[in-house]
Design a protein around this ligand. Sequence first.
Ligand code: HEM
Length: 463
Amino acid sequence: QLRRIPHPPRRVPLLGDVLGVRPRTPIQDSMRIGAGLGPIFRRKAFGKEIVFVWGARLAGELADEARFAKHVGLGVANLRPMAGDGLFTAYNHEPNWQLAHDILAPGFSRDAMAGYHPLMLDAAGQLTDRWDAEAAAGRAVDVPGDMTKLTLETIARTGFGHDFGSFERTRPHPFVTAMVGTLSYAQRRNVVPPALAPVLLRGAERRNAADMAYLNRTVDEVVAARRAADASGAHGDLLDRMLEVAHPETGERLSAENIRRQVITFLVAGHETTSGALSFALHYLARDPGVLARARDEVDQVWGDAAPPAYEQVAKLRYVRRVLDESLRLWPTAPAFSREARDDTVLGGVHPMRRGAWAVVLAALLHRDPEVWGERPEEFDPDRFAPAAVRSRPAHVFKPFGTGARACIGRQFALHEATLVLALLLRRYDLRPEPDYRLRVGERLTLMPRGLRLRLTRRGVPG
Ligand code: HEM
């Protein structure tokens, strides 16, 4: 079955394709290898053979929900000990997926989003207070660190009425440290042979157990605080939905154990990737004065003197949104997702797949397929997302939020938050890159620019 799929030329017996691999950057490794091997390729490590797809035509087929579904594998499966049958890590057949999806989806409706807007502004206000002080002191800001504080505060407050106090700390909140620990551990488990894991990962396993215990404790405290304060459902946020809302048709409710899984899932999935997306966007904006000026002109024009901006004024920022889309094209912060065959099928007319067989869609490379994105896919150009350009491309070639029934439930939340924050920052500051910074991308299942710092000057504008 696999014979027709190319793999790296030199395979080591038992070990597989380990020559020249960089275990800390498995995604960028796969991008480099895949670009040379073509639209479908395989990599083998320690007896495990993994098929990757990045060609637009094949990825388009894998997006067909009649033939394929989400596969819970690799990094996602490694998160099961932490997130169990929470929305992100649930197997398709687990009843808690549909139950939680139906109960939580209205938490992302337009009305719900409008309700989150003022809380998003509050969290952004804490960020700009911090950045005003840094600008006045002439200090460069730690972009990924501060974006993580911002997005954690945003999801914690809007979803759970909880304040982590991230901006009152100089170091990351221990919740973030524990989360980064478990994500990195889940990634490492992919690159260590299972038989050797107990030896090679002994120390890491112990730390991971401590990290998971910390995450669970934090979540239990958040839930207990809400139960103690009031259980009337008056907040109308995600936690209220989890605790108070029954399924509209069956009347079924989420169990206490499942609620714990969902709270962890939303606190992690709800901030880590948005933080990366904001950080990459700020990197590209600071490096490209033309793009920055155009984005800022749009904000000044659309928002005028309004401070703070109203909910409806965010979706009107079409160009800022394009900057964000283009950043997510080059660095989709959830860089890959997996798809499995619902029945025996043949991919691309030549690759037979048995029911349950799966492949990884390497979104970060799909987003650079020259057949779709042209000869210079590495170039940052937000106009690739101008309406006419989008219309001219086939479907399923831009997939930062996954695909189908299991695509990201928080997409609108992330886009609203990130567009709002970029606009607020563009309006308030001049951004300057550090002269010798070159983009380095760190991996912990998600992608994040490493060591990105920017220098700021306050502009004299409202708000
Ligand atoms: C699922 C990306 C923001 C919650 C996904 C998936 C991707 C993704 C690719 C599908 C994974 C798969 O197929 O295995 C992103 C990106 C974000 C973002 C790039 C930000 C730029 C958010 C936010 C929330 C969230 C803000 C919550 C507030 C979830 C959940 C799922 C999910 C719960 C699982 C959905 C299901 O299977 O039913 N996300 N996400 N995400 N995301 Fe996001």
